[in-house]
Design a protein around this ligand. Structure first.
Ligand code: SF4
Length: 325
């Protein structure tokens, strides 16, 4: 049975104009998000994963813009949304838990007041009792004690505040939830609890999710599919199992080798030499060629096209296309 696409992103280019020129933050990015699935976007800082997600919320910074591409949400190209369209759609359809947002709660307002604000923004006529009931319901959904709805943020631990942020993002029953580094800055035990919560929400609410992280272990615990980004491009995409167990792209392989495996043999963790390129002047050809130990001449000249390995597993690398030099 064909899976229903909730989001269909095609040939997306997102650029930022700065005083030094134009930063090509995202280029030629295409992927689908299917109903009920969880897709992980992974890569080093600055690879374009958050920028891609922000474009689906119409929340790019003022100097950022779509240079090309479309973002179909339920068959409508939301890339063409006016600000009025975005206001109707943002949080109601696609919602986001921002990185570090748990530290952005207003310290002098009760949690109930802050969640009520999120609810009333999109349901301005809602009665007080109904708003209160919705807050209590959201507290239950995210595993918080409903008796604490009138507490202040400082009375909550980091993990509980992250649950509050997730509750706020769910306030309007979105079809898609994006979580940007949802466990960063939490200790390991609390990270595990937030991962459990994310998995529980998927089961309960049948939402589609996009999880943005640099941490492959979070992807493997929360996602069905994974898109690996490098310097603004998707270099490999497929099911978590096939991408992690049978990675094809040299960058994905390096990324996997850079993570400890507590089940495997004890080996030294490898680091990826060099640093991501300056996207004001991205490298020609394959953007990874300056750091790739398998780079060939063709890699400097030509942009590799994605090769299909079946079952939705694609990777873009000249080696995989049969080039040998
Ligand atoms: Fe390395 Fe070339 Fe493949 Fe890029 S295209 S990952 S440089 S081998």
């Amino acid at each position: 049975m064909e899976r229903k696409k909730v989001l269909e992103i095609t040939d997306l280019n997102i650029f930022f104009d700065i005083s030094l020129g134009t930063v090509k933050a995202v280029e030629n990015v295409s992927f689908n998000l299917y109903e009920g699935e969880s897709l992980g976007l992974v890569g080093e800082s600055g690879c374009g994963k958050t920028t891609t997600a922000l474009s689906t919320m119409g929340m790019l910074p003022d100097n950022g813009y779509l240079d090309n591409g479309s973002i179909l949400y339920e068959d409508k190209d939301i890339a063409k949304n006016s600000e009025t369209d975005w206001q109707l759609y943002r949080w109601n359809d696609i919602s986001m838990v921002f990185q570090g947002a748990m530290n952005a709660l207003n310290p002098v307002k009760k949690i109930s007041f802050q969640i009520a604000e999120a609810i009333l923004l999109h349901n301005p006529g809602m009665k007080d009792d109904d708003v209160r009931a919705r807050i209590v319901e959201l507290f239950k959904v995210v595993g918080l004690d409903e008796k604490r709805v009138d507490d202040y943020p400082h009375e909550f631990s980091g993990g509980m505040r992250q649950r509050v942020m997730i509750a706020m993002a769910l306030a309007c029953d979105p079809k898609v939830l994006i979580a940007d580094e949802p466990t960063t800055a939490l200790d390991v035990m609390v990270q595990a609890q937030i991962i459990d919560l994310i998995n529980e929400l998927r089961g309960k609410m049948h939402m589609s999710m996009m999880i943005i992280t640099h941490d492959l272990s979070i992807i493997s615990e929360t996602c069905d599919r994974i898109a690996v980004m490098y310097a603004g491009n998707i270099v490999e995409i497929g099911s978590v199992r096939s991408v992690i167990k049978e990675s094809k792209h040299p960058y994905t392989q390096k990324l996997i080798a850079a993570f400890p495996n507590i089940y495997g043999k004890k080996t030294l963790i490898e680091s990826i030499p060099g640093s991501p390129p300056n996207l004001l002047e991205p490298p020609s050809g394959c953007r990874f060629h300056l750091r790739c130990d398998k780079a060939m001449d063709v890699c400097k000249r030509e942009v590799p096209v994605p090769i299909d390995f079946g079952n939705g597993h694609f990777a873009a690398c000249h080696l995989l296309g049969g080039h040998h030099e």
